[in-house]
Design a protein around this ligand. Sequence first.
Ligand SMILES: [Zn+2]
Length: 396
Amino acid sequence: MLKKFVIYLLLLNLFISCKSLNNPLNVIIIDRAKPEEEKEKITLEESYKYDVDEDFLTDKKYPFRFKKDAVSSIVFHYTAQKFKKSLRSLTSGGNSSHWLVPEKGETIYKIVNEDRRARHAGESLWKYRKNVNVISVGVEIVNLGFRCRALRKYCPKNSLEWLEYPEEQQKLIVALAKDIQKRYNIDPMCVVGHSDIAPERKLDPGPLFPWKRLADNGVGAWVTEEEIRKEIGNIKNSIKGNISRLIVQIRFHEFGYDIKKMGSSNKSLQNKILKYQYSLRKSPIGELSELNQVNDFGNKKPDNNIFDDNKTNFAIQAFLMHYRPKLYLANENSDQFTDHYDKHKLDHIPDRESDNAVDNKAKYNVENIELLATLQALLVKYPNKTRVSCEFDLPK
Ligand SMILES: [Zn+2]
């Protein structure tokens, strides 16, 4: 009798709470079961209207694209300068981008037509393609990057401050990116930051860039914590023992980062890895279990002569900034960045060959399995058709 009464009370209670929330019961339960990140509603933003100012076009200075090099990538940058200086340096005839997004307002500046090659990437590589200028649309965003509140050659962690992209500007970025995406149907893995394609030289657009918001709007790639945890489970089921750096490097290389040792051609790289029963350029992604032997080798010989450790550290930095910004910020080393303000301005002029980023001590305390799982989750979620380049066939 008492049991019945308790059940009755529970039911009544549920009924009342559902009614008061004006929401069906099952929705509440699903909502509670979901992790924090998943609760965020993923909805495409309303198309934000912006004006295009073409008064600063510098077309004649830049060559037309060849037909075979159609646009297949977007590269985002921050200018590290205020608006007026940014506009001046992008239109002075040396380096440039296709678009300049100011901090506020409703106007985006067109500097170079998209059918021409602007010079924003400099020495760069993504998915085996050198000189990413040839295949990309460059978007410069007015943002000073970071500030250091200490006058030292290297900025201590507690004095380093990355600068936000204001909401108004984010709206402009998203709207422009959606339009570019509509024009070229760009593979999500080919929407990159300058730091991704030149990791040893560049830090822009930095860890506060709205990559997730862009991906929620159909531009670029993003994976959730839940998707990453799932891959950690898969990896543990498929690969025995500790995860070696070599496996992580293979995936970084497949993903698109430039981490090869100097002088090792793709063919010799392929041959070296093949020895351990793994073939690059597999489609779809090679099975994790196939990587077992490579893992054994990598654990026995952590100093492999296939990939460059220094370049790998910079790729890890760029990757974390882009796909795991919270983890990146939590792991940021102290005394990491050079930040003499004047140098800083100079060094972020697009296309310049050297940058203070080389002075970074890009080392992160992130476990190999964490890196591999994030790479894996991205590769599984966004299987690039060709794997080896950004060009892919448009749906017929
Ligand atoms: Zn840049």
